[in-house]
Design a protein around this ligand. Structure first.
Ligand code: FES
Length: 165
């Protein structure tokens, strides 16, 4: 036989009444919110005076080198053959007289590769390096390989003296 023994329920627990102390002391803390709009204008436009564009390079002391006061005569007009010219080494200039009483001057530096012209023949200033020829009238190219003419120089004629300006 099976006997089921059900244990008896325990005695009812003591009902503990917790008296909730209703302290209705609602302390409404009225925090006076002073309208402190913290708008301390921090938008300080940084206008640093960075004016870097100062093109004030006015101190151009271009001392015009007028070493030889008055300019010494380069040659006499009678030294320059009509229809031809004469080549000077110092200063490096070739003076020509394409027509009677008309004098021209050019740099002796050949524009091709920089050789110094060395002779004048048949109305042409000749470069010995590669054979370029230039007109005694205006220094223009008469024969290549140079593609540009000689650089003109200024000369002044006073009496029978030719002076490089
Ligand atoms: Fe004068 Fe070449 S440098 S022709």
């Amino acid at each position: 036989m099976t006997s089921e023994s059900i244990p008896p329920t325990p005695a009812p627990a003591r009902r503990t009444v917790v008296a909730a102390v209703g302290a209705a002391g609602l302390a409404v803390a009225l925090t006076a919110c002073g309208s402190s709009d913290d708008s301390s204008s921090g938008s300080s436009d940084t206008q640093a005076g960075d004016n870097a564009s100062t093109g004030g390079d006015t101190g151009s002391g271009s001392s015009a080198s007028s070493g030889s006061g008055g300019g010494s005569a380069l040659a006499k007009t009678s030294d320059i053959p009509e229809g031809g010219g004469k080549i000077f080494k110092d200063p490096a200039v070739v003076v020509t007289q394409p027509a009677a009483g008309t004098f021209k001057a050019f740099s002796t530096k050949c524009p091709h590769q920089g050789c110094a012209v060395s002779s004048i023949a048949n109305g042409a200033i000749v470069c010995p390096c590669h054979g370029s020829q230039f007109s005694v009238e205006d220094g223009s190219v008469k024969k290549g390989p140079a593609t540009t003419g000689l650089t003109a120089q200024n000369v002044t004629v006073s009496g029978d003296s030719i002076t490089l300006a």
